[in-house]
Design a protein around this ligand. Structure first.
Ligand code: AMP
Ligand code: GLY
Length: 423
């Protein structure tokens, strides 16, 4: 297979690493990629919003499969672009159509979808910018803490949780008046659910699905889950509380109704679904859907997938996903993200990274790096994720931290408490 992978984060380095292990891979291109993907694939400078240029590239280089890492091109309709062009329609796209990507692209869509298909989620109301008074009245009838969500993609910043009603009212007014541009033209007001979060992933062809290893992400910048939200500071897999009984509930109450619901609604879906879940007294609820894999979750999920990922992609291409096996590595995987000083607020890029002597027990996934004057330099807020296996969480984390100690760049920071809450 000749493959083009879109994206430039740790998720894409982990996807590239996993695909590169397959005997079925003939050539892998990554656009735009990073210094890590450059070691195992060919990086191509393509603008991910320029679908025509991406299409032209796949024709010129005989690409059979397009794997879309991030959500934005999916929400913008890259799958639909490929299906609508006769010259591109035989290329398999791993990632849903624009309509399917609405499960992530519109919180309002996701909430109505879950209500329609009786999928457990927080009770909510949706209000557009012409319904400010109704929205404020609805909010007054809610209990604290108040959860406000911008409907559209808002770079991970669209969820606001306030304890005081007066602050929540102000935040709601600001949102509906355009704080997040068109992303907050509609706002979802949601009941607060208290519990522990985890992420569950499937790959689906719209009818059949395969469950991948679950993971727990650490979203806050500070230790003990304090400070601002980030894209994710580390992840572990498996998740200790996600036992057989819990995962059966996830499959029966959430995964099956989601896949069936998409089909019933006439939405063709091929690719990954990321279920952001919260366990409340042992029962799973959906906090959010994503139409892609997670970052840094992928850096622990794919290392635990023993099966050839191209077999799964081929299963989607040839409608044979149900016949493919998913074999899981029983070891624990942990990943810890090294970030730029200042992240998730303003930070500097271009810091030279030294990575002397990281041993083979860890996989160093690049999340935000590039090559400048033959040197690897930082190129984002989240810079390097170090993944390790262990017979348990403690040994996996010990190895990740030992190897993180060998990686340096000016101003770097990482959380030292990844996984502590579940040990
Ligand atoms: P989201 O972008 O939807 O994942 O929301 C960001 C974070 O806000 C989640 O990871 C949760 O920690 C929190 N959150 C969102 N919705 C709720 C809710 N209904 N109850 C409690 N926490 C929530
Ligand atoms: N780590 C959370 C995400 O990828 O959305």
């Amino acid at each position: 297979m000749k493959i083009l992978l879109l994206g430039s984060g740790g998720r894409e380095h982990a996807l590239a690493w996993k695909m590169a292990q397959s005997s079925q891979l003939e050539k892998l291109y990554v656009a735009p990629g990073n210094a890590g993907t450059a070691e195992i694939a060919e990086n191509i400078a393509l603008d991910l919003s320029d679908f025509k240029a991406i299409g032209d590239f796949t024709i010129q280089h005989d690409v059979d499969l397009l794997v879309v890492g991030p959500e934005q091109p999916l929400v913008d309709g890259i799958h639909d672009y490929f299906s609508s062009q006769p010259r591109l329609s035989n290329i398999t796209v791993i990632g849903p159509t624009k309509e399917g990507a609405q499960i992530e692209g519109s919180k309002d869509f996701a909430k109505s979808f879950m209500k329609r298909h009786r999928i457990p989620t927080a009770k909510s109301g949706s209000f557009n910018k012409h319904q400010l008074q109704e929205a404020l009245a609805f909010l007054e009838n809610q209990k604290a803490p108040y959860v406000l969500k911008a409907d559209g993609l808002a770079a991970g910043k669209g969820v606001i949780i306030e304890n005081e009603l007066s602050k929540a009212k102000k935040a709601l007014t600001k949102m509906l008046k355009g704080q997040f541009g068109s992303a907050s033209n509609t706002v979802v007001i949601e009941e607060f659910l208290a519990g522990v979060e985890l992420s569950v992933f499937i790959i689906t062809d719209g009818t059949n699905y395969k469950i991948l290893p679950e993971a727990k992400d650490y979203k806050r910048i500070g230790e003990q889950d304090t400070g601002l939200n980030t894209g994710g500071m580390g992840a572990i897999s498996p998740v200790p509380f996600a036992n057989r009984e819990f995962m059966d509930k996830v499959e029966n109450q959430i995964i099956i109704p989601t896949v069936k619901g998409l089909k019933k609604d006439g939405i063709a879906y091929s690719g990954f679904i990321f279920f952001g879940l919260i366990a409340v007294k042992g029962d799973p609820y959906v906090i959010e859907y994503n139409c892609r894999l997670g970052d840094p979750e992928t850096e622990v999920v794919l290392p635990r997938l023993k099966s050839d990922i191209l077999e799964l992609f081929d299963g989607i291409a040839t409608d044979t996903l149900s016949e493919r096996d998913v074999e899981i590595d029983l070891r624990t995987a942990s990943t810890v993200m090294m970030v730029a000083g200042g992240y998730p607020e303003s930070y500097e890029k271009g810091k030279e990274i030294s990575m002397a002597n990281t041993d083979e027990k860890s996989m160093v996934f690049h999340a935000g790096t590039t090559i400048k004057n033959n040197k690897v330099v930082s190129n984002g807020g989240r810079v390097i994720a170090v993944t390790s296996y262990g017979k348990n969480l403690e040994t996996a984390l010990k190895t990740s931290y030992e190897n993180l100690d060998k990686i340096h760049f000016e101003g770097s920071y990482y959380r030292k408490d990844i996984g502590q809450d579940v040990m």
